[in-house]
Design a protein around this ligand. Structure first.
Ligand SMILES: [Zn+2]
Length: 345
């Protein structure tokens, strides 16, 4: 290394250190082709991953999650929350645990679908093996320890928090709301672990694949969540309208929404319309362009991380949210480096 190169190296090394200590909380919405994998890294360097994507012979999703952990400079994952045991949420866990240590595994309790379903049983057995001795079963109202942010469980094992997080009057959206029963053959969805993460004024809600009826339990007769800042659209954008009642989605008033959908999975026309009508919504970002809808039902193309119509085994683009303690946050699309900055109300 020449002297000039060395001084440049030292300059960038120092800049890198300043960046690492800049106090932002970063959330990576990793592309797992219509599954879910959301990695949060706090300013103190602790990490929380919610879900591990799909299984595949090439370990595609586990490798993408690992890559994000390396970009974030992690040596381990402190907290893994598995919202439920469907393959698109727990499928990468066995492979991922071979790539990076996972300290603690949080879940809703045992699988409700393993009996009589060989594929579900395989996922469940794999999860049990890698989480042995490190599992914590959570109930609604529990706190998950994560240095640098507050994480509260708002739903788990079919139940939701008993009390409002913030006192609010009755939710006027409840009187016109439609009731929808969950699919009894897919109980894992309504057992989903939902979490609310708070960092200063910023609030991020991720309910996994929680179903319409359970989301209504969070919203009616009064909204128990309060207003939030960032919303990971439930169930990949309300998958076939099984989730996403306006009585919840409009009451929590997220400023920004990120949809972890796939080209033909998740986000529906009705789902997009529900999101677009959120009072005061400032931005909707998508993991994928939804090709089963016409383009009128996608967000603007620049805010979509992946435009392709088929799954890609090599590269997936992510969306990242970077939040400062003062409430300013920047969302970036890794496909085109588009960034938008918002201010938490
Ligand atoms: Zn799912």
């Amino acid at each position: 290394m020449t002297r000039v190169n060395l001084s440049l190296f030292l300059f960038f090394a120092k800049a890198g250190m300043v960046y690492a200590q800049s106090g932002t909380l970063n959330i990576y919405f990793i592309d797992v082709e219509g599954g879910a994998a959301t990695l949060t890294v706090t300013p103190s360097g602790q990490s929380m991953l919610v879900d591990t994507g799909n299984p595949s012979p090439t370990d595609r999703d586990a490798k993408r999650i690992f890559e994000a952990t390396q970009i974030a400079g992690l040596k381990k994952i402190d907290v893994l929350i598995t919202t439920h045991y469907h393959g698109d949420h727990v499928g990468g866990v066995v492979s991922l645990s071979k790539l990076i240590p996972i300290e603690k595994f949080y879940d809703h309790g045992d699988s409700a679908e393993a009996a009589g379903n060989p594929r579900a049983a395989e996922m469940w057995e794999g999860y049990k093996i890698v989480s042995e001795g490190k599992r914590v079963i959570v109930k609604a109202g529990d706190k998950i320890p994560l240095k640098g942010a507050d994480v509260i469980v708002v739903s788990s094992n079919g139940e939701v928090i008993a009390k409002q997080i913030k006192a609010e009057g009755p939710n006027h959206l409840c009187k016109d709301t439609q009731q929808k029963e969950p699919d009894p053959t897919q109980p894992e969805n309504f057992l989903s672990v939902g979490t609310l993460l708070t960092f200063g004024k910023f609030k991020f809600l991720n309910l996994g694949d929680l179903t319409w009826d359970r989301e209504l339990m969070l919203a009616c007769p009064a909204n128990k969540i309060g207003s939030i800042t960032l919303f990971q659209a439930t169930h990949h954008g309300f998958y076939n309208d099984l989730s996403g009642p306006p009585a919840l989605v409009w009451a929590i008033k997220p400023q920004v929404v990120i949809v972890e959908n796939g080209p033909t999975k998740g986000l529906t026309t009705a789902g997009y319309e529900t999101l677009a009508k959120i009072p005061g919504v400032e931005g909707i970002w998508q993991g994928h362009r939804a090709i089963r809808n016409d383009d009128a039902h996608n967000t603007s193309e620049s805010m979509i991380a992946n435009l392709r119509t088929t799954q890609d085994e090599t590269k997936g683009n992510w969306i990242k949210a970077s939040i400062s303690k003062d409430g300013k946050f920047t969302v970036t699309n890794s496909r085109n480096d588009l960034s938008k900055t918002y201010t938490t109300h």
